[in-house]
Design a protein around this ligand. Structure first.
Ligand code: ARG
Length: 248
């Protein structure tokens, strides 16, 4: 399933650093640039074999741009740089498991939410924490610029360690330099499945945690993208992609 989907797109131009790729079919259609932070499987990550950026978000973006008659180019960067890059018009949209939290709405327009998530507390030493408050006095890893960073900032006494990439947080956790990390459920699950020393506890959402597509303020693409997203929810395409990426 995964293989044949990927093979259906011809790789047109890989840049020297491999962080930008054209995943469409070489027609004359206008290209939309998607910005992402490919450290977030199963939403987006770099396939170790092909070095392509793959994932749930990528499949959704391919589907939408194809439906709307655009070509798609994907650029990888740190999560924290995504919205500034969008504001300085270095991309047409951001898909990065990004939550449309109120502060972000000041600098970007968002599509409808296409996937709901929950946060988890991940640990490596067997300790289980049930709530964020239990982490007071602990060193806690979060992604720089993420909603998870905002959530721990709201709790008194947490020593926050903000890092650029999720794999760096996992590394810090495994080596005992931090006590816990706050990571979204589906992403945490992948790392816990792959690392027998890791554990996670799902915590109740205190704030919005779903994913939506971000656009530069005033972008005319929002309406078109929302239309296709609604169709995908209707016709089962979204369910299929959820199954493909989240249920294994
Ligand atoms: N949902 C969280 C947020 O919007 C985390 C997203 C992190 N995404 C990523 N590709 N690393 O802040």
């Amino acid at each position: 399933m995964k293989k044949s989907m990927v093979a259906g797109f011809m790789l047109v131009g890989l840049t020297a650093c491999g962080s930008s790729e054209d995943v469409t079919n070489g027609s004359n259609a206008e290209t939309l640039v998607m910005l992402t932070s490919a450290d977030y499987p199963p939403y987006e990550s770099v396939d170790t074999e092909t070095e392509e950026i793959i994932g749930f978000d990528v499949d959704i973006a391919k589907h939408i741009t194809e439906e709307l008659g655009y070509e798609l180019e994907i650029q990888d960067m740190d999560f924290n740089g995504l919205l500034p890059a969008l504001q300085s018009e270095r991309g047409d949209f951001v898909m990065a498991g990004m939550t449309p939290k109120p502060e972000r709405l000041e600098n970007a327009d968002f599509s409808e939410i296409y996937f709901e998530a929950k946060n988890t507390i991940v640990t490596a030493d067997g300790t289980e924490y049930a709530t964020l408050e239990d982490l007071s006095g602990k060193k806690v890893g979060v992604q720089l610029g993420s909603i998870q960073e905002g959530e721990v900032e709201a709790i008194e006494g947490i020593e926050i360690v903000s890092l650029n990439k999720i794999p760096e947080i996992i590394q810090e956790l495994k080596s005992g330099r931090i006590d816990a990390a706050i990571i979204e459920d589906t992403v945490a699950k992948g790392y816990v499945d792959a690392n027998s020393d890791l554990k996670f506890t799902v915590i109740e959402n205190t704030e919005l945690a779903g994913s939506a597509i971000a656009f530069p303020k005033g972008s005319e693409l929002v309406e078109d993208f929302n239309k296709v997203l609604a169709e995908m929810k209707e016709d089962g395409t979204m369910d299929e992609l959820v199954k493909k990426w989240f249920e294994n």
